[in-house]
Design a protein around this ligand. Structure first.
Ligand SMILES: [Zn+2]
Ligand SMILES: [Zn+2]
Length: 302
């Protein structure tokens, strides 16, 4: 699992910082999460192939999370894209994009599908043979979802030496990897655990931006491998976090602690702070495993 941060600063783009966007690589699939202004430039800078993006998840319709989308969709057309593109986002996103395409007479020449979201409860919005994606309802000034990406459990690991020793026919190896007991060539029932070991633990990634302190999400993200949680402010500006429905670094750490996640990544920093290390320092008073997102940073989770 790999996470490439394209932008992780709140509000306006600046010469050296970008609004929210990131690429998650899970089980060899790329998922673009949020698409603030400048995302396509950041994709270029980070050498991410445009054609590999097939699914885009938009948390909410504030500009710093989606104003790069119409530009990216237009560029796909100029690049003669043929693959389907799926966009998941709040109700209204289809109108937002198609109106701009219509007025500029630049409809796409590839299939573009919108999956509009309006549920206030978590829902499964994507599934393939290797992973699932659920919404995480957040608390913000407009309808907002986070996204929970979960790998499905992989196959059990076959111990070839043991399989040979127990005289199991090669045609049954697939069943063994799926966890089934099998019968050996001499007619003996072989219990699965004798010839296989557990698969790699499944990884998961929760993306939570933007949101007020929201303990309601804790059961859903409990035990997650990596939690990206916004921390627009430090506690010194907690009074600003309340009306704008954002979180402080301390609140993000509190969520990470209560959910028992393995790692917390902070982002969506207000541009009023010159030193983002202060966010980690504040979060560390509550939770030890904290990392800081920054534009262009790549995290690899083995
Ligand atoms: Zn934002
Ligand atoms: Zn917002």
């Amino acid at each position: 699992m790999k996470l490439n941060i394209l932008g992780c600063y709140a509000a306006t783009p600046r010469s050296f910082t970008n609004p929210s966007s990131q690429v998650l690589e899970m089980k060899n699939e790329l998922f673009l999460i949020d698409c603030g202004e400048g995302t396509q430039v950041q994709l270029r800078r980070n050498k991410i192939k445009f054609s590999k993006i097939k699914h885009i998840f938009i948390s909410h319709l504030h500009g710093d999370h989606c104003y790069g989308l119409v530009g990216l969709i237009s560029t796909f057309r100029l690049l003669n894209r043929e693959n389907d593109l799926h966009v998941y986002g709040p109700k209204g996103i289809k109108e937002m994009i198609t109106l701009q395409l219509k007025l500029s007479n630049s409809w796409t020449n590839y299939p573009l599908y919108f999956h509009e979201l309006e549920s206030k409860e978590p829902e499964l919005i994507y599934e393939d043979e290797k992973l699932t994606v659920e919404t995480i309802p957040l608390v913000h000034r407009v309808y907002t979802n986070g996204f929970l990406f979960k790998e499905k459990p992989g196959d059990r690991k076959l111990l070839i030496d043991k399989a040979v020793e127990y005289n199991i026919h090669v045609s049954l190896y697939k069943s063994l990897k799926k966890g089934k007991d099998v019968t050996s060539e001499s007619g003996e029932l072989i219990s699965n655990h004798l010839v296989t070991t557990d698969p790699e633990p499944s990884k998961s990634y929760a993306y939570c931006s933007d949101t007020a302190f929201n303990q309601k999400m804790i059961p859903q993200i409990s035990g997650t491998t990596v939690l990206y949680h916004e921390s627009t402010f430090l506690e010194d500006k907690a009074k600003l976090a309340l009306p704008t429905k954002h979180s402080t670094a301390k609140e993000a750490a509190q969520i990470a602690k209560e959910a028992g996640v393995k790692k917390l990544i902070l982002g969506h920093y207000s541009t009023r702070y010159a030193n983002i290390n202060l966010f980690r320092e504040e979060a560390n008073t509550i939770f030890p495993e904290v990392d800081l997102a920054d534009d262009g940073k790549v995290f690899v989770f083995e």
